[in-house]
Design a protein around this ligand. Sequence first.
Ligand code: MLT
Ligand code: MN
Length: 308
Amino acid sequence: MKALILGAAAGGAFPQWNSNAAACNRARSGDPAAPARTQASLAVSADGAHWFLLNASPDLRQQIESNAALQPRHGLRSTPISGVVLTGGDVDAIAGLLTLRERQPFTVYATRKVHDVLASNSIFNVLAADVVKRDVIAVGQPVTLRHADGADSGLTVELFPVPGKVPLYLEQADGSAPPIVQGEDTVGAVIRDGRSTLFYIPGCAAMNESLAARLRGAELVFFDGTLYRDDEMLRAGLGSKTGARMGHMSLSGPQGTLASFADLGVKRRVLVHINNSNPVLLADSPERAEVEAAGWIVGYDGLEIALD
Ligand code: MLT
Ligand code: MN
């Protein structure tokens, strides 16, 4: 199995369109220690010819044009993209589906809850029902990922609940914080090819016993790297929300990601969904050195990992 990071940044990307912060300007100016990153998505394949996307980011068109593996190779209209697995209904996870219009067959795999979000937003009807299949996946049930012609890809996906919240645009208009729940709104995905296993968890509000038990000893985990400090956006004057309020655990702190993974024995761990305020994006920051010393790879666009 191969995994290819299409985008490693959180919603808004790096640089973010309206950010005049120092780090975003370093990325904009081409500073090699602050390489730009597109919004989070991972592509996986068993055979190198058929690919499944984990989330469809708003940057998907650019990601396809940057990765030859995802570009058409046969006939006048075709795609190596056989399907899209969704881990939530946030804008940065689903908006790229709109890029995949043009009557091209593929399958969207998601929980009932996330499919309901698509169904209640009629703009997604550009993915015509007679062409694009929508498969509802029950959490905890491994499902075969199939090519557009129905053939077994050699991969399965299992979605499992992780602590999270409803998408930002579905929050109450009064601004009250939605509860952190473990249900079908935010899920992790585990992809298996019969020999190897990888986890993709771009959004997670907390580590708990059930998640720790799932991840213990895992071969490869791509995990929520949104913020370094829970209050970093407030401190930088970039917004009023903490990571906790946004449904993302942070890297630092006693309940943070570094501490939570310290004893899990995960062999390879890669940060994805990294917000533009997170200093780990900067190759010359002390925070980058710290997370690397703790055994993490700071994910970047184009990083390919082969599992055998
Ligand atoms: C998140 O990960 O918290 C969301 O993607 C935020 C957003 O939609 O802007
Ligand atoms: Mn997001």
